[in-house]
Design a binder for this molecule. Sequence first.
Ligand code: MG
Length: 381
Amino acid sequence: MKIDRIETFLVPPRWLFCRVETDEGLVGWGEPVVEGRAEVVRSAVEVLAEYLVGQDPLRIEHHWQVLTKGGFYRGGPVLSSAVAGLDQALWDIAGQAYGAPVHALLGGPVRERVRIYSWIGGDEPGEVAEAAAAQSAAGLTGVKMNAFGRLSTIPTPAEVDAIVERVAAARAVLGDDRDIALDFHGRASAAAVRRILPELAPLRPLFVEEPVLPDQVHHLRDIVNCSPIPIATGERLYGRSEFLGPLQAGVAVVQPDLSHAGGISEVRRIAALAETYGAVLAPHCPLGPIALAASLQVAFATPNFLIQEQSIGIHYHRGSELLDYLVDPEPLRFVDGYIVRFDAPGLGVTVDEAAVRSAARTPHAWRNPIWHHDDGSFAEW
Ligand SMILES: [Mg+2]
């Protein structure tokens, strides 16, 4: 079997899909994307496709080695995400070729269902409470919220109080047997984090995510040491070597993205590395159905797994939704806050190719917002 053709599709709301076709008629799908830089990743996929076309798709590990190391310059979000999407598509083909779900090829399932969380939005405590109540009513046992928006380098007492009030509003609605995860989104300085975490600790969040930017991981050890709240990070780390420092610093939760950190092949290795530190996996996935299916395949087969992000109803998505690009959305439907294991070959979902081709005729140009402080200087989004 040989790879015949690789196509890419820029589809709303902000995704990029790739389709890998073989000379025997098998087709694999992947999701190589960096949110806000999809066109750049598309170019990287086109360059990597020069090597892959004509190759045996079943040599996944060999191709992973060549694609990540064969260009001399390596790593970073663009190249790692291009490889990630292609890797997902190769695993999809391999599963179909062997008549097995990807989780069977990874050693077989270790769980029957995967716990998921949903995002809640809202600027005011009342809005947060309303959103939390809606997710609770939908059966979710865990939610995640941005802890704050634009933040001063050294936040005022009023800013800190507002953060605590919003999280407390969610806790009041959810009670003590549901979880609230808090995303700091790399918006805070280390000094701000040290001021805020002790105030949030009594609300006992599941974890605090990206307390500082990935280029300030040298602060993580201090942050872990000052926080009874478990610390999570990893959506902007692109391979196992980048997770080593945070794990050595004591993070409890690693959050590689199946579409950024080298795909199924590399996230499995990141999970194994995390296991040696007693840390658990909670893959980042505010993306589309292929990235979620790839995440779930890893979750089904990975022992040290905590919870899965997914993007249904997420505030970034306008006009199209996670399930719109599947022939049958049933595998990704959640029941009581869990997605039940599915066993169809490959990634286990069937992409609606006609819907993808049609949507790609009006490609998106999604960009993240650019924020500024009151004095006009740049602020982290
Ligand atoms: Mg995040």
